[in-house]
Design a protein around this ligand. Sequence first.
Ligand code: SF4
Ligand code: SF4
Length: 435
Amino acid sequence: MRSEIIKAVEQAGVVGAGGAGFPTHVKLQAKADVVIANGCECEPLSHSDRHLMQNEPQAIIDGLALAMQATGAKKGIIAIKAKNKTAIQTLSQHLPQDKTISIHGLRNYYPIGDEHLLVYEVTDKLVPPQGIPPQTEVVVLNVATLYNIARAQQKMPVTHRYMTIMGEVAEPKTVSIPIGISIGELISLAGGSLTDDAAYIFGGPMMGQLVYDVNLPVTKTSAALLVLDRQHSLVLKKRFWTKNSQRQAASYCYQCKDCTKTCPRNLLGHDLSPHKNMRQSGYLQAQKALLNLDAGLCSGCGLCASYACQMGLSPLEANRRTLKDKTKTASPGAPTPHPFRNSRFVPMGRLISRLGLRPYNIPVPYDSKRYTPGLISLALKQHVGVPAQPLVNKGERVLAGQLVAETTVGNLGARLHSPIAGCVMETEPNLLIKH
Ligand code: SF4
Ligand code: SF4
């Protein structure tokens, strides 16, 4: 049974829907005591997971039960913010009688969905700093991934996903959309842009990527699109962080340590001090080895940059560049959470205000209308591992749900299925399929 579940998940092309897209069939090969369903919906203003939990409670619980079977876990815990009362109520009505699955209410702070933090909050276990949850016999799966696991058992591949479109659009909403549709079409679905000079944050304001191209396609891991004016402070900051040389940025750093005091990984006891990375960035290359830094422990949550630093700097970028320069050093040892950890959480409301996103913090409805685009663009690499290889040729007709790209046997990756019926227009760099 275990191998059948894992095989079905692999065949359906399921990847982690809430993160980088790690292939789920590989994750399910771990042994665990507990499977945590991550329904935290960490990114400010995103509602896609909440809407999915409200609309598909049974499928999520079925997916969790299957993940428990695959990993040997006796316990399943749905982690969800206590404020999401409707979703909690809906899920509660579908819990199994045997009490193997329960709900754990969480406080509304950022970034509670980070796996290290979530495992500690829910189980009191500390994942080793450079480790992964299975080292503490816990597996964490996003609720959208669990939904896809349940569908995989019905032989339904991953072709659609829930996505919230928010910000400067006429009708912010969550919709279920085919993977491969463009940012431009998403904006049309939300009634159009309210600004003529828009920038787009793909994936959410904190960890999302700032882009300007409306032709970029949705992938299996895209949960939200934030449309902002190019002069919005968050857009300007993100541009500053990536465009300025780190050495130039670090020269403004006055070593107040606010970034380190706020860093959730540091508060969990990890040997990660972003202010030291900023200091290092201002040093000459030869001096880098003097500091014992571990940029590899950074989760990329962005709190140091978007919330903590009063100088508008990004220690997160310093961490990324440190990793690129290969100057990181390992920091083994068991973490000890900081004694002030509980008083340093960043409440979501304060974070939204600090980001300048209060005007967009409004109720967002779910739109159940189905949408078939004229053209989809499937990125061959939208998961961790090697890119999928096309199985179809230019000019070939495909059916909705047909397997169109595959990962070579033995490689880490995930296969792709066409969300629509149509004709293959191109096979690289993306698979273009015209309805
Ligand atoms: S918060 Fe900003 S100024 Fe303070 S140490 Fe960190 S990067 Fe430097
Ligand atoms: S992005 Fe900044 S706050 Fe978040 S884990 Fe990395 S260093 Fe810490």
